[in-house]
Ligand binder design. Structure first.
Ligand code: AMP
Ligand code: MG
Length: 486
């Protein structure tokens, strides 16, 4: 165990105060030969950690799980969840929660090793993760942060020096994930299904205190929790839709109570606009397609509401009414965020009745013409001609849009600025992500990933560098496929 505290740890283990069924004490399994490949300086600094201290062997030992910080009491968390609609008991099968770090500004973050070894929840799995998928999570979560979308962060990636076996042999790796918490809809499902009402209440109290402390004084704090989670998820999913992010595996265990995006497995960004877009190889039915994400979020939140029924009200019927009313709000909240986001993308400040159809008609044209989602908005923003803009239907649409802009008080310039703020010039394009991963994994060359990450830090800038990364790949005969990486 590390002695002294040059590293900057300020540790608590509040989750371990919950009833015992919620976790198992579990140290990460040591690895033979750790190598530190990525250390995220800005995340480390925000956490109050000393970057210099972590760069060498110390970081290697900590981020591999070979050493744990003094005061940390590592655990694996129990949770359940609906996976593709089917309920399962799950839990941290390949992750160990090392501790909670209290930052210099007083915020609390979970520090979790993903790929840290087997736990009682591993079922048949090896508890390990591969280098490619962990670097992928690093890139995409950093990109999401750059896009100003709430997300877990990645503090470090190490290789373990040990191979793992999937379809092929891969290098084992561990990602240190930083999250506002790892409380999931599935954690509540676990409590509700397998615990006592007291367990469920303890969990809900913990969640309110940690994420919605204003709710401690609410007349019904559990209803407050439900309503606030619904609000945050409505805002989050609308943000995903705005940038064409497809999560790929929106199981209830992959939906947070904090409102952060979590679990970057088969996620990817849409190219040509099509609501039916699916990248994940296992999502054969298209359950988690781009266009289904809002509905699926609503479905997951209904499962959350269900899990809270025993504590929403003393009378079952009242509970049900409260839950239903809260869940019914989700589509309205989501639609409002969506329309707000689209107004921003089109440079519109005020509200008019026809705004929704203006936005939807543009999307319809994109779909018909297989136009790239990000680049269509990008080209509208910088007034660059693309093929779509030559179509007569588009010319008509553009007239409508210009008339709409003329009807608002704000100047063209203000409108243009709003569009720049709302339309990223770059997203992590699939071919760029693959190129970065291939160089890193196959050739141990991290420069390609570094350059990509640099660009993705400022996706709303329109510099020549960003423009280079906005280019589309050569058309490919095969559709892009992603894999869970488990
Ligand atoms: P995910 O698809 O990453 O959300 O994981 C779903 C469930 O499978 C979680 O309970 C994970 O902990 C578990 N899991 C995924 N990969 C592994 C693995 N390699 N070993 C053990 N458990 C795993
Ligand atoms: Mg998961």
């Amino acid at each position: 165990m590390t002695k002294g505290n040059e590293t900057g740890w300020n540790i608590e283990n509040s989750y371990a105060n919950l009833p015992e069924s919620f976790f198992t004490k579990q140290e990460p399994t040591p690895v033979s030969d750790p190598t530190l490949l990525v250390l995220n300086d800005s995340v480390a600094t925000a956490l109050g950690l000393n970057v210099k201290e972590l760069q060498g062997e110390k970081g290697e030992a900590l981020f591999s799980g070979n050493d744990i910080p003094e005061g940390a009491e590592p655990i694996a968390q129990a949770y359940a969840g609906h996976q593709f609609g089917y309920f399962n008991m799950l839990g941290d099968g390949r992750a160990v929660l090392i501790c909670e770090q209290i930052t210099p500004s007083g915020e609390r973050f979970d520090i979790q090793l993903k790929g840290g070894g087997r736990t009682p929840y591993s079922r048949g799995g090896d508890g390990r993760a591969g280098l490619g998928p962990m670097l992928r999570e690093h890139i995409i979560s950093e990109a999401m942060h750059g896009l100003r979308i709430p997300t877990t962060r990645s503090l470090a990636v190490v290789t373990t020096g040990e191979p793992i076996y999937r379809e092929t042999e891969q290098q084992g790796a561990i990602l240190t994930r930083v999250a506002a918490s790892h409380l999931r809809v599935g954690t509540f499902q676990f409590a509700s299904k397998f615990g006592t009402v007291e367990d469920l209440r303890a969990l809900a109290d913990y969640a309110v205190e940690r994420h919605y402390p204003e709710g401690l004084n609410a007349p019904n704090r559990y209803l407050y929790l439900l309503q606030e989670v619904i609000k945050r998820q409505a805002a989050l999913i609308a943000k995903w839709q705005m940038v064409g992010f497809i999560h790929g595996v929106m199981n209830t265990d992959n939906m947070t109570i904090s409102g952060e995006t979590i679990d970057y497995g088969p996620c990817a960004f849409m190219d040509a606009y099509d609501p039916a877009t699916v990248f994940s190889s296992i999502d054969t039915g298209g359950r988690y397609a781009y266009g289904n994400q809002p509905q699926i979020a609503g479905w997951n939140l209904a499962r959350f509401a269900e899990s809270l029924l025993p504590i929403l009200h003393d009378e079952q019927e009242e509970s049900l009414k409260l839950a239903q009313a809260a869940v019914m709000e989700f589509p309205k909240l989501y639609e409002a965020h969506w329309l707000d986001g689209m107004r921003g993308k089109l440079g519109i400040f005020n509200e008019e009745e026809g705004d929704e159809s203006l936005a939807k008609d543009l999307l319809g044209l994109m779909k018909e013409n297989r136009a790239d989602y990000t680049n269509t908005f990008r080209s509208l923003t910088i007034q660059e001609e693309i093929d779509l803009f030559e179509k007569p239907e588009f010319v008509q649409w553009k007239e409508r849009w210009e008339e709409r802009l003329n009807r608002q008080e704000e100047s063209k310039d203000a409108s243009h600025k709003l569009m720049r703020k709302s339309n990223p010039s770059v997203i992590p394009r699939n071919h760029r992500v693959e190129e970065a991963l291939e160089a890193a994994v196959e050739s141990n060359d991290y420069s390609v990933m570094e350059r990509l990450l640099e660009v993705l830090k400022n996706p709303y800038q329109y510099t020549p560098e960003q423009c280079e990364y906005a280019k589309l790949p050569e058309p490919s005969a095969r559709p892009y496929r992603t894999y869970c990486g488990t």
